[in-house]
Design a protein around this ligand. Structure first.
Ligand SMILES: Nc1ncnc2c1ncn2[C@@H]1O[C@H](COP(=O)(O)OP(=O)(O)O)[C@@H](O)[C@H]1O
Ligand SMILES: [Mg+2]
Length: 489
């Protein structure tokens, strides 16, 4: 068999949704056995391009060649979905065999074909067939489901895997395992992967080459990651480089500064002053328990918390806000953004609660306009509804609310999840400014590289959600955080 240079060539792809041209000349060329990062800001068109390349939706113009063939071979390309792609009540073996059961009314007979399903699982990990083959797919965790998805793709003959933000909900250790598998499939089986991720450290660890799209157009066409630095990537994505590349770690408050927030759990103790940034790392139960207490939702089951020298006990989130504790929930859509109210109300919401006032409208509009300018939020006016904004812009809007009042404590839950690298830097800058103005920041993140860059101290929680260590700035590395949280050996 001849071996074509490219496993995939998508050239001049155009896609229109109604009146908007979402893709307007996107190229993506992927070599055999290559791990290829597809990069671009939020809304650049990455997911749309992936749906087109997989045959999920049709392009309005452009050419797609798979494995050198002129005809589009659907089976050779497979998207590895995050959720809902497996039938939960069927076994893993049945799920893997599904695409092969061509006749619609063919009755599944236990055992038939299970060997080939097991062989596909074994390509991923020799221990996997014994662990999952006969279990219902619905009983697997997210990471296992992803691996079964990959096995199913290989079983149906896929040579190119498409992974759209596959690590967003994985632990550090699971992400590392997924990447090791992708590397091995590339090396031993010649499988290619297209990977979308906003986590630059993982992209650099796993991918060989990248393509960058901006406003639906390919602006960097296949460049080795070794030849492009993060600044150049941000520039190519069309984002401002005004913000410093890496947010400087907050220096701890000077020796003897009064403690604003004192946390105690067994032998672990943390004392935070104005300007400190405390990172929370590890299994969600731990951070959620502490955050619930800090923002007035529920007392902590583990920690004694003192706020300005007295035991912290808020009767409600509103009281927490009035006492100067700000909160940006990780659940933007449900608990953060006031989606039916314009930007103005979103920006002044905290001030209204804190001061128990409704300010003169003109003043509110002025504040909202100032916030948009300071945070370079792109919106037509302060009257637009937030749901028309991208996820990253909504996140900046939530932070704008607290920039407007400068709280004594600001609690952030994964403020950069799913946010592109340029917007991430802007968010680091906003938080840095708040810390400089005297806010004590508590930041929960699943990205250890981010905590290592930003936090002056961190609490690590183990897999059971129990606090396991307090790390100081000097020993806070990605690897140390992964170890202390039980997410890496
Ligand atoms: N089904 C759709 N209908 C209308 N607009 C869409 C649809 N899907 C995506 N878009 C728009 O296309 C643009 C690109 O979206 P997407 O491909 O999801 O970007 P990315 O994955 O790079 O963040 C966005 O402006 C988005 O709002
Ligand atoms: Mg996307």
């Amino acid at each position: 068999m001849t071996s074509p240079a490219f496993a995939l060539e998508a050239l001049g792809i155009e896609k229109r949704f109604g009146a908007t041209l979402v893709l307007q000349g996107a190229d993506l060329k992927v070599r055999r056995a290559e791990i290829h990062a597809l990069l671009g800001g939020n809304g650049a068109g990455k997911s749309t391009l992936i749906r087109i390349v997989s045959g999920d939706i049709a392009a309005n113009a452009g050419a797609i060649r798979v494995g050198g063939a002129e005809a589009f071979d659907r089976g050779a390309v497979a998207v590895v979905y995050q959720e809902l792609a497996l039938l939960p009540h069927l076994s893993v073996a049945e799920n893997i065999r599904l695409p092969r059961q061509r006749r619609p009314f063919e009755v599944y007979r236990a055992g038939r074909g299970d060997d080939s399903a097991a062989a596909s699982l074994a390509l991923i990990d020799p221990a996997l067939p014994a662990a999952v083959l006969h279990r219902p797919a619905g009983s697997l965790d997210l990471h296992q489901r992803q691996l079964v998805e990959i096995a199913r793709a290989l079983h149906s003959g896929a040579r190119l895997l498409l992974l759209d933000e596959p690590t967003a909900n994985l632990t550090f250790g699971e992400s590392e395992r997924l990447f090791a598998i992708l590397r091995r499939l590339a090396r031993d089986e010649g499988i290619s992967t297209v990977l979308v991720s906003h986590r630059m450290n993982e992209i650099r660890a796993v991918a060989d080459v990248c393509t960058i799209i901006r406003d639906g157009r390919t602006v960097v066409d296949r460049i080795p990651l070794a030849e492009i630095d993060d600044d150049a990537i941000v520039t190519a994505m069309g984002q401002s480089r005004a913000v410093e590349a890496v947010a400087p770690r907050q220096s701890s408050a000077p020796e003897g500064s009064p403690s604003r927030l004192a946390l105690r759990c067994g032998k672990l103790r943390v004392s935070l002053a104005a300007g400190d940034v405390l990172g929370l790392a590890g299994s969600p139960d731990g951070p959620m328990d502490l955050i619930g207490a800090l923002v007035g939702v529920a007392p902590s089951r583990r920690w004694d918390v003192a706020f300005e020298g007295r035991p912290l006990r808020f009767s409600s989130p509103a009281e927490a806000v009035r006492r100067g504790v700000g909160y940006v929930s990780g659940d933007r859509a449900e608990k953060g953004i006031l989606s039916t109210l314009p930007i103005t109300d979103n920006v002044v919401a905290a001030r209204r609660v804190a001061r128990r006032t409704v300010l003169a409208l003109a003043d509110e509009v002025r504040r909202a306009e100032t916030a948009l300018r300071r945070l370079s939020i792109k919106a037509a006016s302060v009257d637009v509804l937030p749901r028309t904004l991208s996820g990253g812009t909504q996140q900046k809007l939530l932070l704008a609310r607290w920039l407007d009042v400068t709280p004594s404590i600001l609690v952030l839950e994964e403020p950069t999840r799913g946010v592109d690298i340029g917007t991430k830097r802007e968010i680091y800058e906003i938080v840095r400014r708040l810390a400089e103005a005297g806010t004590t920041v508590v930041w929960w993140s699943t990205e250890f590289s981010e905590l290592a860059a930003i936090a002056s101290r961190a609490v690590a929680f183990d897999l059971a959600g129990e606090p396991s260590a307090v790390l100081g700035a000097e020993d806070m590395t990605e690897v140390a955080l992964a170890r202390a949280t039980g997410m890496a050996a």
